[in-house]
Design a protein around this ligand. Structure first.
Ligand code: NAD
Ligand code: UDX
Length: 463
């Protein structure tokens, strides 16, 4: 079976870049990305390519090449479903904020809506691909909805989780470590699997395309994120011990990372991991384990989250302690608000929680991030509901100029590892700050020795 027409429901951080790369690499496949969010679709279609809604290095060029040729963005979900042979579901699957499983389980309401819409619209057989990260055995629920509410056409469900990381999405999509496709182990299942394998084989070596049963594929995605997040929590746990013992976490990470069994990646101590995936997917794993009565398994993974919460809180309280136990009325500058560099995404960013703790201590916060707007910063804080939006607006300012932000500040805190922070004129910053001038490097990116020479009191994580 040869695929000529693909639809993707969800034009977010995964659907947008993933489909842009498929269209870019497969010029004979028409790819339509649909979303209910009109503003987002409008931005994807903006004539000025720099206005596309997601910032990822290299994405503008890919979209510019494919858009209008075989890549389309639309709000007409039904038309796109009707025309496609293969439909990717790439909608959000946040942690439930209500009812059973509140605070842990994945909220699958958007997935169910998609399944029902596909079932009601489809007049020809379809391959439905789970691109969203889903709890193991979700395909069963999707199949049940499709088969029981559809128009008698046949559906095949594939699981094809996405492993891209934000900030490197385009490179990850162009050169993936692997592509994972799970499907049913019968003849129709094999036909569907090989149709999707053939799409990826346009640019990915077939040896890197793994095929498995659906449940292994669904569970592998949660497992991969749990293992990655666990490494960050493990090194962050050691960072606290380093601070007490005179060891240097950067040296420890280098020493253990050179063991080829451990490997050097994902060992950077930090203010704590953020992003839309790690916490949500581990909580989901914890919920699934508990629902099977596997309490020890659940507790084991939950500790990764607890360690991360501790690391964020510890960073904030260290600022308060160092500033003579009070930050009340003091201006503290946040360099960076995004959850990592090279993205405009702020979901679950450590910066939000550190700011919330410091605002509880009555600090004034000035934020500078090269890709995050004032509106987003305030929305993130308001979402927590810790205090009124008026108070947040009063106490938090977002600056477009880092030097302006640092003027008259008591302390600068680095929350995101944007490269540009390393190139600043730190003497100029020092001259304009209150003394003693403090820098808290939550990403271990600045040259501490140089900053101390200038006169700063410099603190990093795990040193
Ligand atoms: P996102 O919130 O950026 O995008 C999801 C989009 O789906 C939104 O624009 C929303 O309007 C749209 N949507 C929701 N319901 C819809 C419906 N019924 N019809 C049409 N559009 C609908 O989310 P994301 O970051 O792209 O994540 C999507 C999925 O991919 C999640 O399951 C996530 O866990 C997974 N994932 C994310 C990443 C990542 O780095 N962000 C990486 C791998 C996997
Ligand atoms: C993650 C997975 O890496 C990706 O495979 C999956 O598809 C989605 O979730 P993402 O959340 O986009 O990707 O970014 P990632 O690079 O994993 O970083 C997550 C968080 O961990 C960031 O806040 C980052 O700063 C932090 N981190 C990462 C560290 O603190 N130290 C590290 O060594 C690595």
């Amino acid at each position: 079976m040869v695929i000529r027409n693909i639809c993707c429901i969800g034009a977010g951080y995964v659907g947008g870049p993933t489909m842009a790369v498929i269209a870019y690499k497969c010029s004979d496949i028409k790819v339509t990305v649909v979303d209910v969010d009109e503003t987002r679709i409008k931005a994807w279609n903006d004539e000025d390519i720099s206005n596309i809604p997601i910032y990822e290095p290299g994405l503008e060029d890919i979209v510019a090449e494919a858009r209008g040729r075989n890549l389309f963005f639309s709000t007409d979900v039904e038309k796109a479903i009707d025309e496609a042979e293969m439909i990717f579901i790439s909608v959000n699957t946040p942690t439930k904020t209500y009812g059973l499983g509140k605070g842990k389980a994945a909220d699958l309401k958007y997935i169910e809506l998609c399944a029902r819409q596909i079932a009601s619209v489809a007049k020809t057989d379809k391959i439905v691909v789970e691109k969203s990260t889903l709890p193991v055995r979700t395909a069963e629920a999707i199949k049940s909805i499709l088969d029981n509410t559809g128009n008698g056409v046949k559906f095949q469900i594939l699981s094809n989780p996405e492993f891209l990381a934000e900030g490197t999405a385009v490179q990850d999509l162009l050169n993936p470590d692997r592509v994972l496709i799970g499907g049913e182990a019968d003849e129709d299942g094999y036909v569907a699997i090989s149709a999707l394998v053939d799409v990826y084989a346009n640019w990915v070596n077939r040896e890197k395309i793994l095929t498995t049963n659906v449940w292994s594929s669904e569970l592998s995605k949660l497992t991969a994120n749990a293992f990655l997040a666990q490494r960050v929590s493990s090194i962050n746990a050691m960072s606290e011990l380093c601070e007490q013992t005179g060891a240097d976490v950067n040296e420890v990470a280098k020493a253990i990372g050179m063991d080829s069994r451990i490997g050097s990646k994902f060992l950077k101590a930090s203010v704590g991991f953020g992003g839309s995936c790690f916490q949500k997917d581990i909580l989901n794993l914890v919920y699934i384990a508990k629902s099977y009565g596997l309490n020890e398994v659940a507790d084991y993974w939950e500790q990764v989250i607890k360690m991360n919460d501790h690391q964020k809180r510890r960073f904030a309280s260290n600022i308060v302690k160092t500033l003579y136990n009070t930050v009340s009325g003091k201006k503290i500058v946040f360099l960076g608000w995004a959850f990592k560099k090279d993205t405009n995404d702020t979901r679950e960013s450590a910066a939000i929680y550190v700011a919330d703790d410091l605002l509880n201590e009555e600090a004034n916060i000035a934020v500078y991030d090269p890709k995050v707007s004032e509106q987003k910063v305030l929305a993130d804080l308001n979402y927590l509901g810790t205090r009124s939006s008026e108070v947040n607006e009063e106490r938090v300012i977002v600056s477009e100029d880092p030097y302006e932000a640092c003027k008259d500040a008591y302390a600068v805190a680095v929350l995101t590892e944007w490269d540009e922070f390393k190139t600043y004129d730190w003497r100029r910053i020092y001259d304009n700050m209150k003394k003693p001038a403090f820098v808290f490097d939550g990403r271990n990116i600045l040259d501490g020795e140089e900053l101390r020479r200038i006169g700063f009191v410099f603190k990093s994580v795990g040193v």
